[in-house]
Write a protein that binds this ligand. Structure first.
Ligand code: PLP
Length: 445
């Protein structure tokens, strides 16, 4: 109980009812890891241990935790107006936030559709792409292409174009009319690349193979993460994204970048769009959009897409899509406060400046126990471990638990440790992150 008489669920006495997402429920409930408060770079456990956040929560608290400016904005908005619909009416904060966002985005990606998560952003972008071709009289362009190992959330659209086996295998045939290009990772050719690998631009030509197979007249869009995150940090080979853009343009296929992770400073630039100098037709975002303080996503659309809907719809609603909470007031003000912090503290520039120190820290693990690849860009890193022959993923999971016991939160996916600390990270934290991982790897077999 705190001074305000609020009973925070620091120590729930029964863990059974909450069916936890992407969790070994049985394992967790036998040996729970609870977090009860967070400030700046650290979580605190109910028994008072400090845990350095090596993952910005889930790649989302880019400005660190417990930011007062965001909390105050949310409180003030909740007092003024808790909710307002955005179907055929509006409220100022949603418009202001959209205007602030498009100022940050290069090129003609100048309209924003609000959602509540990265998954909803992915499905929204796919639907906008289908409708775009439809309103222009190209209704046969319906096929949606993703990439193997891609992650676009867990709704049906994103799961269907996603390429992570476990996320797909339980759910039947998913959406019909999808296909996948090859992923870009090949340990034989591009292991231990610092930043973007030299090898692999030609893998974008796999899209031409699908054009040969299905014909461009049936393909609506291709969606990729510029840097694949959830599958374990796959950095695009030099020239790969440029080539994908060229092939899409040639065949009137919309290119969608899923920037749910890469957006808002993670690469040391505002967006991957800017970082790689490649402008897609649609960009999906979430996570760092509001520093994760209130759930929200946003899809950026090029002017030509918005205009196609406006010009080709004679009267009435142009896009039959939306969520009760699209542009929710609390999320919108949290987002505005978040953008203020990013700007005032120069966090994207800071990420760019720190990226070489980050890279050096990561590369201190080269030659270490079990390490078969290291990958990095901006303030992201992936450490691939050799799987145990009889128990894939077990080694990385053991590393995760040991790091947590040693006061460091990392993320593991398969046999890969993925890192993405808040962009307020200091050099001493970077040292702590890689020292801890180094000694944990030494201690496990
Ligand atoms: C690239 C990408 N797209 C979409 C999502 C889904 O976001 P959410 O969990 O907010 O639905 C994620 C989440 O990690 C992601 O990394």
């Amino acid at each position: 109980m705190d001074d305000n008489g609020i009973n925070y669920p620091d120590r729930p006495n029964d863990l059974e009812s909450f069916w936890m997402p992407f969790t070994t429920n049985k394992g967790f409930k036998q040996s729970p890891k609870l977090l009860s408060s967070a400030k700046d770079m650290h979580y605190q456990t109910p028994d008072g241990r400090q845990i350095l956040d090596g993952t910005a929560g889930l790649w989302c608290c880019n400005a660190g935790h417990g930011r007062e400016k965001i909390a105050e904005a949310i409180k003030a908005q909740a007092d003024r107006m808790d909710f307002a619909p955005t179907f055929n009416m509006g409220h100022p904060a949603a418009f202001e936030f959209a205007n602030r966002l498009v100022e940050l985005m290069p090129g003609t990606l100048d309209h924003v559709f609000f959602t509540n998560s990265g998954s909803e952003s992915a499905d929204t972008a796919l639907k906008i792409a289908l409708g775009y071709h439809y309103v222009r009289g190209n209704g046969s362009k319906t096929r949606l292409i993703g990439r193997e190992r891609g992650y676009h959330g867990t709704n049906f659209g994103g799961t269907s174009v996603g390429g992570i086996v476990k996320n797909r295998q339980f759910y039947g045939s998913l959406l019909s009319g999808t296909d996948h290009i090859r992923h870009t990772h090949d340990i034989e050719h591009n292991a231990f690349s610092k930043g973007q690998p030299e090898w692999g631009a030609h893998l974008a030509d796999d899209l031409e193979r699908l054009v040969q197979l299905h014909d461009a007249s049936t393909i609506a869009a291709v969606i990729v993460e510029p840097v694949a995150g959830s599958t374990g940090v796959l950095v695009p080979p030099k020239g790969y994204l440029q080539r994908l853009r060229e092939i899409c343009t040639k065949h009137d296929i919309l290119l969608i970048f899923d920037e749910v992770i890469t957006g808002f400073g993670r690469l040391g630039s505002t967006f991957a769009v800017e970082h790689f100098g490649v402008e897609p037709d649609l960009v999906t975002t979430a996570k760092g959009l509001t520093n994760a303080a209130v759930p929200m996503g946003a899809v950026f659309a090029q002017k030509k897409i918005y205009d196609a809907y406006m010009e080709n719809t004679k009267a009435g609603i142009e896009l039959f899509h939306g969520y009760t909470y699209s542009g929710h007031p609390l999320a919108a003000v949290a987002g505005i406060a978040t953008l203020d912090i990013y700007k005032e503290e120069g966090l994207f520039e800071r990420a760019a400046e720190l990226s070489s120190y980050w890279e050096e820290g990561l590369w201190s693990l080269k030659g270490g126990n079990h390490v078969i690849d290291l990958r990095n860009l901006g303030i992201i890193a992936g450490i691939e471990l050799e799987p145990r022959p009889d128990a894939p993923t077990a080694r990385a999971m053991e590393a995760f638990h040991k790091c947590f016991d040693d006061g460091l939160l990392v993320r593991v996916t398969g046999d890969i440790i993925a890192l993405s600390p808040p962009l307020i990270v200091e050099k001493t934290h970077i040292d702590q992150i890689f020292d801890t991982i180094g000694s944990v790897l030494k201690s496990i077999d």
